[in-house]
Each structure stands twice: as structure tokens, then as C-alpha cells.
Design a protein around this ligand. Structure first.
Ligand SMILES: C[S@@+](CC[C@H](N)C(=O)[O-])C[C@H]1O[C@@H](n2cnc3c(N)ncnc32)[C@H](O)[C@@H]1O
Length: 272
């Protein structure tokens, strides 16, 4: 099966008769064609979207783990172990994500403090409780200082990796997830290997969300969610909403995002 476009060719070769085996020839060919067309359409859309992207810069390897390296903030970038862990161009995205999970009388769990941009927006919605988990000791100290400001008595800052502490935190009406790989192993498995970086958190999100709660995360998606991403979500949740935030301006030397838009995903109805 071959698809030819002006810029690339894609082919699909079955190597086993067991692929879609129960189906007779016609529906089988139809489904295989649909899968190949999906790929072709995705790559064409990506190629079109690339016209509006910045060129980006290579990411250096994480030598010292992000939860032990000393952070610095330079020109609005939180740099840890040579990584651009967070940058201020994400502000409109953080604002839109905060709206999806925070509100009066709601308890919110936020994973990863970073520059505290999303934490500030979550606070604007006056949640009943706002628990923030942060793994880097210096970033944690900054978060503790931040939480001492007047009006932030509803905040609790928890030190540690979410993997180690979430078990004792209970359920929340809103969960906001935005972390960064701690080392190269996490980068490979979660960032390169997953349908989206936050996928490794989906089971924990479902387990710690109240029945009427909502979960959002840094989606790493430009204009829609891939089928793989949606399937992964649907195995933990029954409902997905999407909203695109436009006008983002990552700098040309950004090593983790290049497009002027990102999808804000709001997930609800966990499957316990
Ligand atoms: C992208 S920043 C968060 C940005 C934040 N949303 C903001 O608006 O500034 C990621 C943060 O997650 C923290 N982090 C990374 N892995 C973590 C983990 N496993 N558990 C808790 N925090 C983690 C990092 O130290 C960093 O502070």
C-alpha cells in the first residue's frame, strides 16, 4: 500500500497474515488504508504547521539530575542542569490551563512549581486548597517563600518527587501536571517513548481525581490530539475537552517547543 505526495512517500507492508486477521479482504484493506491515510494527513498537517514555527535549538543531555542540580533563572528561563525547564512565553498557556482546574471551593493538586506562573493563576481562582509538589530542593524553597505571601494560606508545598509522595495526598477536584524529565532515562521513556510526555502520570491522575474533578497537563500537542494520545487518555478517563491557545512565542533557541500554539486538554470522569 503506497501513498505518494509532493514531499514524501509512505508505504505500509503487512508482514503477517494475522494483522486484522478476522476481517475479510475488503474491510481489512479499508482499515489498513485508513491507518496509512491518517499518518499521511498527520505529516502533511505538521509540515503546514512548521511554516509558523521557530527553528529551535538542540537540547544538551541531562548530566546532573534535575532534582539535585542548582537552578538559575536567566532572562525568564528556569535553567536546571543545562535544561530549559520553564520559560515565560508559556504564560498564556499556564493561564488557560489554570482555568480548567481551579475554582472557588475546589481542591487543586499541582505537580511542578517551576517559575510559579501557573501557581499564581491557580491562586487567582481562590481554590479552597492548593497543594504543590516540587522535587528540586531550591525550587521547593522558592515555592515555600512564595506560599508565605498574604492570601496564600490555602497553599501547601510538598517536597519530593510526585511518584514518592502522591500516595498520601488523597483526591483532588483539579489536577495540574507540568514537570520536566529528571534524567535522560526519563527523557527517553516519557518524552520520546510516550504518546505525550504526561502519559506516565495518567494512572495517578485518574486515581487521585474526584468523580466530578478535572485534570490538565502540558500537552505537547499543536492543534489536536493524536489518536494514540486520545486512546491512552480514554483508557483512564471517559471525557476529553480541547481548546487551542494561539499566539505563543517560544524563542528561536527554544529546545522543547517551536509552534505558536498548544492544545489545552481538560480530562474528566476518571475510570476507577
Ligand atoms: C516545567 S516546570 C513547571 C512550570 C510551572 N507550571 C510554571 O508555571 O512555572 C517543571 C517543574 O517540575 C519539577 N519536577 C520535575 N520532575 C518532578 C517530579 N517527578 N516530581 C515533582 N516535581 C518535579 C521541576 O523541578 C520543575 O520545577
Amino acid at each position: 500500500m503506497l501513498r505518494h505526495t509532493d514531499k514524501f512517500e509512505a508505504s505500509l507492508s503487512e508482514i503477517s497474515d494475522s494483522l486484522l486477521a478476522p476481517l475479510s479482504d475488503q474491510p481489512r484493506t479499508w482499515l489498513l488504508g485508513r491507518a496509512l491515510d491518517e499518518f499521511v494527513s498527520d505529516l502533511r498537517a505538521l509540515d503546514e504547521a512548521a511554516e509558523g514555527m521557530v527553528s529551535g535549538a538542540p537540547r544538551p543531555n541531562i548530566v546532573e539530575p534535575v532534582d539535585s542540580a542548582i537552578p538559575t533563572v536567566v532572562d525568564g528561563s528556569l535553567l536546571v542542569s543545562g535544561q530549559q525547564v520553564m520559560q515565560t512565553w508559556e504564560t498564556p498557556l499556564m493561564q488557560a490551563m489554570a482555568e480548567q482546574v481551579a475554582g472557588p471551593d475546589r481542591s487543586v493538586l499541582e505537580i511542578g512549581f517551576g517559575l510559579g506562573i501557573s501557581a499564581g493563576y491557580i491562586q487567582k481562582h481562590r481554590p479552597a486548597h492548593h497543594t504543590i509538589v516540587e522535587a528540586n530542593p531550591q525550587v521547593f524553597e522558592t515555592a515555600v517563600e512564595w506560599s508565605r505571601a498574604a492570601g496564600r494560606e490555602n497553599t501547601e508545598i510538598v517536597f519530593g518527587k510526585w511518584q514518592d509522595v502522591i500516595g498520601s495526598l488523597g483526591r483532588f477536584d483539579g489536577i495540574f501536571f507540568d514537570t520536566y524529565p529528571l534524567d535522560e532515562a526519563e527523557f527517553e521513556s516519557h518524552f520520546l517513548g510516550g504518546s505525550t510526555y504526561a502519559e506516565h502520570f495518567f494512572p495517578a491522575a485518574a486515581e487521585h481525581l474526584t468523580e466530578g474533578g478535572s485534570f490538565t497537563y502540558y500537552s505537547n500537542e499543536i492543534d489536536s490530539l493524536s489518536r494514540r494520545h486520545q486512546r491512552s487518555l480514554m483508557s483512564y478517563f471517559r471525557s476529553i475537552r480541547m481548546r487551542v491557545v494561539d499566539g505563543l512565542q517560544p524563542p528561536p533557541d527554544c529546545s522543547y517547543w517551536w509552534a505558536p500554539s498548544m492544545v489545552v486538554v481538560t480530562v474528566s470522569e476518571p475510570r476507577y
